[in-house]
Design a protein around this ligand. Structure first.
Ligand code: C2E
Ligand code: MG
Ligand code: MG
Length: 645
């Protein structure tokens, strides 16, 4: 190696001397004379070495500037073929799983990159350990691990082992066409390149392990206190910008000291590891679990919407941590206490949020009754009452406490009934009638929305069929559907099956979807909506005007009816910008060939305004409150649409 470096230095010196001489001669106008004297082959050789040195310089610079291993490999891929006549270059990292396609990176003459899973045959491993300067695999030798490289067009392969701590850690492959002769210094230059690569790899790994030591806990392999604080700080800056809430859960284990004393440190470590795994299993991708200290863990839930979701996570974690832990054929039980702080209510900084979560955790420990608590006292009451409501709702779904009311939708041209919006109510055994606005969000955050939605649709369809049989059914009924339901792949098929079962035709239905859902509708939901429309069902955009749809986007959405949100109607009896907005929404819908239904019509002025602007339909207390079945039947008979309209 030293000899080789000396040779290279000598060549460099020669190149400089020749360059100096040439410049001098050219100044004297004598370059052409020298040029003719220089043997072509010598000049090419000098240029060749100068090029190699330049590339090596570039690689050294990249290594010194902490470039990634992939970047160093990329440099090789782009430069090496200009001084080594190879048609394939590959680098295999042996400490990666051989099935991992990123374990081997290869490049071919056409400049394409390939990720291969090569591994290394045992026999080749032995050979490479004995041939530190490289081994040339001739076409008559077959090894499974080089087959993928042969597939890329190499016939003879020079394998150069890379060692780290005296262990074979990677292999540099240079593939050649069959007739290429490896003349001159090719083998030595190849070895030199492999050495640079080895340095790069070692440095990158050392960096990685340093990073790992600084940011991860070695017992649980979870992010440590430092990483947790860094992540929280990042989430706070995002939350500031996008107005999110963040929850910080400070978890401490009760009784861990006893377990540690009984099992020794090895046992304690094993159980902490299991705790970390259980926490991880129960959280989603953007959440962070970290080991904060001895028996303390901190979980960050970025982008939470309210306290109920957070309490559910806390309940779930407590439940999972209460199951037995095993070590050395013995079982142990731990209790956990969780204190919760929420950004921005409980603090705007990392320190404050963690400190407040910690204080709340201490209160849980001291109280000995609740297993988790929010820092803010009224959040505890909110969380507890929401959890209680969820439990009651679960029961309500099985004990017929939900019932439906129907709000007539009126044709504004003739004042007759055109449809009915189905609205769900909950007759709570002790709290009386609860409006949907209080329990639909709870159903949406839990797994109850599907059952609730199916129940409402089934009752509504059966009722509609009865009215059809009695000859008093309005032209159609409008059903609200939650985005959580619509997102489920099976929604469309299940709904169409229900219609078939109850004998209701898809064209009898208007599906009301809130504007905010349609703003970000995934591909499969769009397809489902198109499919339902093909069957004759209408789609209405509910609460239009609250979701900030862009106009160009609106034109592409699969819908038939725009329902203007009632907030726009509220000020129609006074001069207000909202009057203009309502007019524009109506015109916009008509330009897009859609119809308009106004919601929340509460007085005559609004009615006259809407009629004058050509709005087709409306619903609201001025026309009718949402009605029970009996009241709706009377209303429908009195306001029946003439048969031929
Ligand atoms: P929405 O679909 O926009 O329903 C219209 C709401 O406006 C209803 O409230 C209705 O009672 C109310 N409303 C009607 N006319 C007037 C009026 O003149 N003035 C005022 N201030 N309000 C009026 P409700 O029944 O409390 O429903 C609230 C929301 O709950 C609904 O808004 C809908 O998003 C949701 N919802 C209701 N039933 C269901 C259901 O079965 N499934 C689903 N997923 N959501 C439902
Ligand atoms: Mg609605
Ligand atoms: Mg609405």
């Amino acid at each position: 190696m030293t000899v080789f470096i000396l040779i290279l230095l000598l060549i460099l010196a020669t190149v400089s001397a020749v360059y100096f001489y040439i410049t001098k001669l050219s100044k004297d106008g004598a370059y052409s004379k020298l040029s003719s004297h220089l043997q072509d082959s010598n000049r090419l050789e000098l240029e060749h070495y100068a090029k190699i040195l330049a590339v090596m310089d570039e690689i050294d610079c990249a290594i010194l500037s902490n470039a990634s291993f992939e970047h160093v490999v990329g440099l090789l891929f782009s430069h090496v073929p200009s001084f080594i006549p190879c048609n394939v270059i590959a680098v295999a990292q042996l400490d990666k799983d051989p099935a991992d396609p990123s374990s081997t990176l290869a490049a071919t003459q056409d400049g394409k990159r390939h990720h291969l899973a090569t591994g290394l045959d045992k026999s080749l491993k032995k050979i490479l350990n004995e041939h530190a300067n490289g081994y040339l695999v001739e076409p008559n030798e077959t090894y499974a691990s080089i087959a993928p490289l042969l597939g890329l067009g190499a016939k003879r392969i020079l394998m150069l082992p890379l060692f780290r701590d005296a262990q074979l850690s990677a292999v540099l492959y240079l593939g050649f066409e069959e007739n290429v002769q490896l003349v001159g210094d090719t083998r030595r230059i190849s070895r030199y390149i492999a050495d640079r690569l080895s340095v790069a790899l070692t440095l990158v790994l050392r960096e990685k392990s340093l990073y790992y030591q600084e940011n991860f806990d070695e017992v649980t392999l979870l992010p440590n206190r430092r990483a947790c604080r860094e992540r929280l700080s990042f989430e706070i800056s995002r939350a500031q910008r996008y107005k999110f809430k963040i929850a910080v859960l400070y978890i401490s284990l009760d009784g861990f000291k006893k377990v540690n004393d009984a099992t020794g440190y090895a046992g304690g470590d094993a159980i902490l590891k299991q705790v970390g795994q259980r926490l991880q299993i129960n959280l989603r991708e953007p959440d962070l679990v970290s080991r904060f200290g001895n028996d303390e863990f901190v979980v960050i839930l970025p982008n939470v919407t309210g306290t109920s979701g957070v309490s559910k996570v806390a309940e779930k974690l407590i439940e999972f941590l209460s199951h037995q832990f095993s070590y050395d054929e013995h079982q142990y039980f731990l209790n956990s206490n969780i204190g919760i702080s929420v950004y921005p209510e409980d603090g705007l900084t990392v320190d404050l949020l963690i400190q407040n979560a910690d204080t709340a955790m201490a209160r849980v420990k001291a109280g000995g009754v609740e297993r988790f608590m929010f820092h803010e006292a009224n959040m505890n009451t909110q969380a507890i009452s929401r959890l209680a409501l969820e439990r009651d709702l679960r029961k309500a779904l099985n004990s017929n406490e939900l019932f439906l009311v129907y709000q007539p939708q009126i044709n504004l041209r003739n004042g007759k009934i055109i449809g009915a919006e189905v609205l769900v109510r909950w007759q709570h055994p002790s709290k009386g009638v609860i409006p949907p606005i209080e329990f639909i969000p709870i159903a949406e955050e839990s797994d109850l929305i599907e059952q609730l939605g199916e129940y409402v649709r089934k009752m509504a369809c059966m009722q509609y069929k009865t009215w059809q049989a009695q000859g008093i059914a309005p032209s159609r009924i409008a059903l609200n559907v939650s985005s959580a339901e619509l997102m489920r792949q099976a929604f469309t098929a299940n709904f169409l099956a229900l219609l078939q079962e109850t004998g209701v035709h898809p064209s009898d239905i208007v599906l009301e979807i809130t504007e905010s859902l349609l703003l970000d509708v995934p591909g499969h939901v769009n397809t489902s909506l198109q499919h339902l429309r093909k069957q004759g069902m209408r789609i209405a955009i509910d609460d239009f005007g609250t979701g900030y749809s862009s106009l160009s986007y609106l034109a592409k959405l699969p819908f038939d009816v725009l329902k203007i949100d009632r907030s726009f109607l509220a000020e129609i009896d006074k001069p207000s910008a909202n009057n203009e907005i309502v007019s524009v929404i109506i015109d916009l819908a008509h330009h897009l060939n859609k119809t308009v239904c106004a919601e929340g019509l509460e007085n005559e002025t609004q009615l006259e305004f809407l009629k004058a602007r050509g709005c087709e339909a409306a619903q609201g207390y001025f026309l009718s409150m949402p009605l029970s079945v009996e009241a709706f039947e009377k209303f429908a008979i009195q306001n029946a649409q003439p048969k031929n309209s």
